[in-house]
Design a protein around this ligand. Structure first.
Ligand code: XMP
Length: 517
């Protein structure tokens, strides 16, 4: 197993992920954990993360000396390399010219860490590696025993290594995907140099996660807002396994869910898994407050506010609850950290269960905080959740409220639910569901003229939207086959009375957003 010491980099979790990808167990701890803890942990290797500080300033964090005394391999990344250099007798200085973004480094000499890991080879036969850099300081003198293993003009010591002690440092960030061969570097370090076997897997993670939750909440009761989405579903399954009846889920039906969604959630969790789920049908309350409201942001605010209200009322009925469980995953953690520092325009005010107020007086239990989406899915499968639930497209918190343009009406929601279900049905049948990242129907409250049989129709329009995306920040419209689109349009117009026209949205993001409101 690997110990990762965190010096405060934004990417520390990514390091953990790269190690887990090798099916090697790792734990992430602050850089100032005690020497005893490190000895007891008994790591096969240690990774020192990057961090925002400057090594040459006073009182900036250091790695505990024991890291270098244990006789295990150590990999320092960015600040981790700098502190390693400084602590072992080298020198670190301000780089004057900061290096930020893509860079190319040249492999120098041979090292167990980098040999054969390259994107291309230059005329002199040196391996060239495309890497991602982000630093203002650099190592200017090697500690004894080290040699340069990577260099470029801006950073003559971009990598250093001591094969005898198995200490390595890299100035670039192998953990980010922009460093294309970064993964190979982790394989090399974790598997080859540290000798970790790679036999850790999701079922092991389940066991560990269950123990962690038990240790965290003890005998206390926990409350969870279950939405039926992937993240909250996985939390529900995990907590149910860990603490059984100490968990109560609250499932709020706001009247803006997909067809049969409430039924499916109750089936999967309450009936199949035996989870305690309180099903609150609050659709009348939501619809009531939405009546007459057409502004998208106002609609979002109302739906968010009502959710909190309903949830709070339910929480008050459970006076013994001490914890609020949430399906926060790692990208949410980064996003909200970024949101605090960045002054971005509010395009849409997102609403999540995360917006629940502090007045609930509950402590937070967020067992997925360290995981990426694909890991959450793997965990869901390991916990026995159905494939369709775990690989479901995301669904926005305000639900159909942002897919019915303008005023939300019961009639519109009912029409949209049926049209949407047909679209999803056909996508699944044609094996296109999992090739798209998100797909849904949008209700347009305008009427157009049509002809069916010999009669004139004058009915509403539905737009279909399907996108492909990695991170939902940018997206391409999915090039669905014409026959598939044709089938969907036919079925919607034939089966959903009240809709006589179907269009397909071919706008990317940007300039469009994925949802229409
Ligand atoms: P947009 O429309 O901004 O959507 O391109 C990007 C992704 O976010 C989802 N989305 C939401 N998710 N609460 C959520 O939990 C919200 O208020 C919300 N609004 C949009 C959207 O479905 C897409 O996946």
């Amino acid at each position: 197993k690997i110990l990762i010491l965190d010096f405060g980099s934004q990417y520390t979790q990514l390091i953990a992920r790269r190690v887990r990808e090798q099916q090697v167990y790792c734990e992430l701890h602050p850089n100032d954990v005690s020497a005893d803890f490190i000895r007891e942990f008994n790591p096969q290797g240690i990774i020192l993360s990057g961090g925002p500080n400057s090594v040459y300033e006073e009182e900036t964090p250091r790695a505990p000396q024991v890291v270098f005394d244990l006789g295990v391999p150590v990999l320092g990344i960015c600040y981790g390399m700098q502190t390693m250099a400084a602590q072992l007798g080298g020198k670190v200085e301000n780089a004057h010219k900061r290096e930020f973004g893509y860079a190319e480094v040249r492999a120098r000499g041979h090292s167990k860490l980098l040999d054969g890991i390259q994107d291309s080879v230059n005329a002199e036969g040196h391996g060239l590696l495309d890497v991602w850099m982000s630093h203002g300081d650099k190592v200017t003198e090697l500690p004894t025993g080290f040699k340069v293993i990577a260099a470029n003009d801006a950073t003559p010591i971009a990598g250093m290594g001591d094969d005898a002690r198995r200490f390595y440092g890299v100035q670039f960030h192998p953990e980010v995907t922009h460093t294309v061969r970064g993964r190979d570097l982790f394989v090399r370090f974790v598997r080859d140099i540290c000798g970790c076997r790679g036999d850790w897997n999701m079922p092991d993670y389940v066991t560990e996660a269950i123990e962690k939750v038990r240790a965290q909440v003890g005998k206390d009761e926990v409350i969870l807002g279950l939405s039926g989405g992937v993240d909250s579903s996985v939390v529900a399954a995990l907590l149910h396994k860990a603490i059984g009846d100490q968990l109560t889920c609250v499932f709020v039906d706001n009247g803006l869910l997909r067809l049969n969604e409430a039924e499916q959630v109750m089936q999967t969790f309450a009936r199949n898994l035996g989870v305690k789920v309180i099903h609150v049908d609050a659709s009348a309350q939501f619809m009531g407050h939405l009546a007459g409201v057409t502004d998208p942001e106002q609609k979002r605010r109302i739906i968010g506010r009502e959710f909190v209200e309903v949830f709070q009322a339910e929480a008050q009925k459970l006076p013994k609850a001490r914890w609020l469980a949430q399906g926060t995953i790692y990208p949410d953690v980064i996003e909200s950290a970024g949101a605090k520092t960045k002054k971005a325009h509010t395009i849409k005010s997102h609403h999540n269960v995360g917006g629940l107020p502090e007045t609930l007086n509950l402590k937070l239990c967020e067992p997925l905080r360290e995981l990426f989406k694909d890991e959450v899915r793997e965990l869901g499968i390991a916990l026995g959740l159905p494939h369709e639930m775990v690989y479901r497209h995301p669904f926005p918190g305000p639900g159909l409220g942002v897919r019915i343009l303008g005023e939300v009406k019961q009639e519109y929601a009912d029409l949209l639910r049926r049209a949407d279900a047909i679209f999803i049905d056909e996508l699944r049948a044609a094996d296109w569901y999992e090739k798209t990242s998100q797909a849904f129907a949008v209700f347009l409250p305008v009427k157009s003229v049509g002809v069916m049989g010999d009669g004139r129709t004058y009915d509403y329009v539905v737009a279909l939207r399907a996108v492909e995306t990695q991170d939902f920040m940018t997206a391409r419209w999915a090039q669905l086959p014409y026959e598939l689109l044709g089938r969907v349009a036919n079925r919607i117009v034939n089966e959903v009375r009240g809709i006589n026209r179907v269009t397909y949205d071919i706008t990317g993001k940007p300039p469009g957003t994925i949802e229409w409101e």
